[in-house]
Structures are given as C-alpha cells and as structure tokens.
Design a protein around this ligand. Structure first.
Ligand code: NA7
Length: 538
C-alpha cells in the first residue's frame, strides 16, 4: 500500500470534492476508463448535505427534480419520503450513490487539497493534500461547491462570546438541546429561514437579528404523493427532457403564464399569484413571464407576498419589518417548510432590525445593537457563504507561469462558459462563475457540466491533444455576456451573494448566468460541436 509523501500518484483526472458534482464526475471519468480520484476534506461524501446539518435543513427544489438523472435504475430505485427532502435524507442519497456505483475506492476522505499548480514540462497539474498525498494529473476538476466556504462576518468581539457559537454550514453532529436557552440568530437568508422556526420551538427566547428581510414562499412540503411519484417514474426520462427545456432545469410542469403581470386585471393577477402560492416554491417567481425581467411586474409579485406577511404576522410593526422592499427573487427566494412568518407570532421570538443600526459588537454575554446588549446563551450565524469563488480562492491554485487564482480574479471572477479560466489549462470548474447553476436545480446543472467536461476530455484524447485552455478574449466576452443578460433582469437591483455583495471587499461581479438553462446548453453544445472555439488547443 503506497503511503502519503512517498508516492506521486499519476492520474488522468483529479477531482476536488465528493459532493454531488464530485461523485458524478468520478463515475463519468471511470466510464471513460480514465484514472480518476476525488479528494474530500470531510469525513464523508455529500458536500453541502454533509455540512449543512442544522435543524430544519432541507432542499428548496422538489426532490423528484433535485436528483440525478444519469441512471434510470437509480432514479427508479430511490424513493424520497417527502416532496422536499431533508438534509439527512439527502445525505443518505449521496451515500447510496457512492455505494451503488462503487465510488468509494477512489475517494480520499479527510483529505483537503491544499495546493495545485500547472506544470508546463509535463503538461499536468501537480497537486498536494494536507495529508501529504501528491498527484500528477492531466486534468483538475474543481467540484468543491459554489456554497461551501462559510461567511463569518468580522463582528468586533466575536471571539469573546462566552456562550456557544455555531454556523449553520458547520453544524455539530451531536444534537444540541436549546431548551431553556436564550438563542440569537444572525441572518435571514435560506438557512436562517429554515433554522429559525426550529429553534423557536426549543429555545426559551429566540432573538432574530435581521439586516434584510427575505421573501419567503411556502413549500407545502409533506409526504411524497405516491400517485405523483408513480406518474413521474412511469416516464422519468420524459420529465427530465422537459426540465432541460425549462429555464430552471426543473418546474416544467408549471410554465409561466405568457402574459404580462401588467396586462391582466387586479382580480386575475391576484388569482394567478394565489394559484402559484398554493403550489409553493420557486414557481411563484414564474407566475407571469415578466416577473423577473420587468421591475413593475416584479413589484406586483412582491406586493402580493407582503400582503401575505401582513395577513400572517399579527403585530403590524413586526410585519412591517419582515416585509422586503427590494425586487422579489433578486436575492434567492426562500422556500419555507416550517412556518417562518408564523414563528414571529410566538411570544418567545423577537425581531431586531439591523437595517438602520448594524451589530455594534459582540461581547462575552451577547450581541450589542444600538447601545443595547441582547444577552444570549447561544449565537447562531446564518450568514451564508463566500459564494462561487470562495473554494478556489482558498486554495493555493496556480496556473501557467505561476499565476495565482487570487491575482487572476483580483478585480472580479473571470471565466469562459462557466467552466474554464484563461491561464489555467486543463482546469474545469463545475458550477463556476458565469454558469446558470444558481438559477437551476443544481444537480441538473452539475450533470450537464460533467457530461460536457467528459465529452471534451474524450474529444481531446481522440484528437491526440493534451491541453485545452480558455482564451482571454473569449473569457472577457463571456463575462460581458453574463452581465448583459443580467441587465435585462431585476438581479442587479439589490445586494446579493450572486453579486458578491455579501462579502466585505469582494469585487462586485454578477456571477451566475441568468439566460436560463436551455440557452446555456445550446451555447455550450455549439462550442463543443464546432471544435471548441474560444479555447487554445495543443
Ligand atoms: P445568504 O442567503 O447569503 O443569507 C445570509 C444572511 O446573513 C442574510 O440575511 C444576510 O443579510 C445576513 N448577513 C450577512 N452578513 C451580515 C452581517 N454582517 N450583519 C448582519 N447580517 C448579515 O446565506 P444562506 O446560508 O441563508 O443561503 C445561501 C444559499 O444556500 C441560498 O441562497 C440557497 O441557494 C442555499 P443581507 O441579506 O446580506 O443583508
């Protein structure tokens, strides 16, 4: 058995991460008879669904659509217990996939990639891990997740807090009993919206520190309807095909009404919004085709949600604070399975508004806002992630001539096709900047990326080529296209992680591609079928 330090292992493909992207990339690489290995810093496969294990953690896309499609046997065999699966079930699914396709032999757990550099002489990536493994790989595939680097805001005094401090994306494995405690939660994005109702049921007092209110729509979650499951499984391929033609790679059963929200009567508009509210989830944003593209149509959808908040939350001042005023969907919509707005009717739940008066500091006893100290036994940070660029920029990743990724992206992330970076040959970034994954069922995007990468490697090998690298002009054009598409939407009208605005000092670049999945699939297929224009090939 080779040991770390003594051996440099030669690979075709080194994969960073064993979440849903890394698992499928490994499976696909093996199917091409490539020597591939995945390194995973966690002690388990599962990625996001390993780390985000806070109470209430759950996917916000229906599980029949947030799941792999590459294996008919898998999609027929697996049964989701609920319409929107919980974190433990998603983690079981990831483990099932690892076992079913015997992926574990080629996954190094508890192993973090620390450095990877392009070696011009051997035309390979040389990579090292924190456990001392060394690899020489023809291709490096980043599958480290777009939401995997926790954001811990630099609150003054955070380290001095004497109670228990937690981050939603780094939750302990043992259950925590909050009974009788005063608990604070900072952050009201998707994670905060999920954890807050659960903590409210346990804690003596729950104090929610809110900088920006979220738009929260109901999931109407529950046991998976067996009739619906049977119908889907009767023609799963059909649903997957229809979903690939839908903007979000999902929800094809609920296409938008192809009429403007502005063109219908108040009564009809309200009825349409109500219909979608009753279906639940992201389909609300696509009630009318122009909700995400026209701020006036968007304002009507936003007002509908605010009317729901006013109807649910009994205290008018609290309802007002919970009511967002920016465009709906501009920050990711939150999908609620636990009664988020109802939670604020509980006598033990208090909302502290940070919009005018940010957190002053954190003391050993609690959180100070506007001169008042809120005493706490536990403090939960639901403050999100350094999204999309976080994982690569935490690595010592060096391309041609020693170019550091941090320098390459100093003024903002650059990328061609959402997959490749100029100066970094043979590096593919699954769900990187400039791809539509954030607006899709991410597993659908992952499968598309992995298939594209695998086809590309197979094509290079068939042509006897050893190297592919995005060209700088193609990259610049692509990012200009990403921005131009965003300018036709409401996405640039607020601060969000899509823009990097949640991280102090991060350059503002709109990271996801808002064209929808079908347009992206078409563009990337064209590139592949016409000999990879925009790339230098050797
Ligand atoms: P998000 O959506 O980035 O939410 C983070 C929350 O934390 C959000 O409410 C932020 O307010 C708040 N935040 C961040 N920094 C601060 C500071 N310094 N002070 C107060 N409040 C702060 O992360 P999530 O984990 O909830 O969800 C991430 C994605 O995971 C989600 O979009 C889904 O795709 C799944 P802000 O809005 O920035 O004012």
């Amino acid at each position: 058995m080779p040991t770390p330090e003594t051996v440099e292992e030669r690979l075709d493909v080194l994969i960073v991460g064993a979440g849903f992207a890394g698992l499928y990339m490994l499976h696909k690489a093996r199917a091409l008879k490539l020597r591939a290995k995945a390194v995973e810093s966690a002690p388990s496969v599962g990625g996001t669904w390993y780390h985000n294990r806070y109470p209430g953690a759950r996917v916000d896309i229906q599980s029949l659509e947030y799941s792999y499609s590459f294996s008919e046997e898998l999609q027929q065999a697996w049964h989701w217990s609920q319409r929107y699966a919980s974190q433990p079930e998603l983690l079981r699914y990831a483990n099932h996939v690892a076992d079913r396709f015997r992926l574990r032999d080629d996954i190094l757990l508890n192993t973090r990639l620390t450095a990877a550099g392009w070696d011009e002489t051997s035309q390979c990536w040389l990579a090292t891990t924190d456990t001392g493994w060394r690899f020489r790989a023809r291709f490096l595939v980043m599958a480290a997740g777009p939401l995997s680097t926790p954001n811990v805001p630099p609150f003054e005094g955070l380290e001095t807090f004497a109670g228990r401090r937690l981050h939603t994306s780094d939750w302990p494995h043992e259950p925590i009993d909050f009974t009788g405690q005063r608990v604070g939660v900072i952050g009201t994005g998707s994670s905060g919206v999920q954890v807050i109702p659960e903590l409210a049921r346990q804690a003596r007092e729950l104090i929610v520190f809110q900088r920006t209110p979220a738009y929260v729509v109901p999931a109407h979650n529950g046991p998976l309807d067996p009739e619906w499951e049977a119908r889907v499984k009767g023609d799963y391929a059909g649903l997957r095909k229809r979903n690939l033609q839908a903007f979000g790679g999902a929800f094809s059963d609920y296409p938008p009404h192809m009429v403007s929200a502005l063109a219908v009567s108040d009564e009809e508009r309200r009825a349409r919004f109500e219909e979608r509210w009753q279906i639940g989830g992201f389909v609300f944003l696509f009630t009318f085709f122009d909700v995400m593209f026209d701020v006036r149509a968007n304002a009507l959808a936003a007002e509908f949600v605010r009317s729901k908040i006013r109807a649910i939350v009994r205290d008018p001042a609290t309802a007002q604070l919970l009511s967002p005023t920016y465009s709906i969907g501009c920050k990711r919509l939150c999908v609620d399975s636990s009664g988020y707005y109802e939670t604020f009717n509980r006598p033990n739940v208090h909302l502290v508004d940070l919009a005018q008066t940010p957190i002053e500091r954190i003391t050993p006893r609690g959180v100070v806002v506007d001169g008042r100290e809120h005493a706490l036994d536990a403090l939960v940070l639901a403050t999100g992630f350094d999204a999309v660029t976080g994982a690569p920029t935490r690595l010592d990743l060096r391309g041609r001539g020693g170019l550091r990724i941090q320098d390459k992206w100093a003024d903002g992330a650059l990328n061609y096709l959402g997959l490749a970076v100029a100066g970094f040959p043979n590096l593919f970034n699954i769900v990187g900047p400039g791809c539509p994954a954030a607006f899709t069922s991410v597993i659908v995007s992952i499968e598309h990326h992995v298939d594209w990468i695998a086809d590309c490697i197979a094509w290079l090998d068939s042509k006897g080529l050893s190297r592919i690298e995005a060209r700088e002009d193609a990259e610049a054009e692509w990012m200009a296209y990403v921005l131009a598409v965003a300018q036709q939407t409401v996405f640039l009208t607020c601060n969000s992680w899509y823009l990097g605005a949640n991280i102090p000092g991060k350059p503002r670049v709109f990271l996801p591609l808002a064209s929808g999945l079908p347009a992206y699939i078409e563009r990337s297929a064209q590139v592949a079928s016409s000999g990879y224009p925009g790339f230098n090939l050797h």
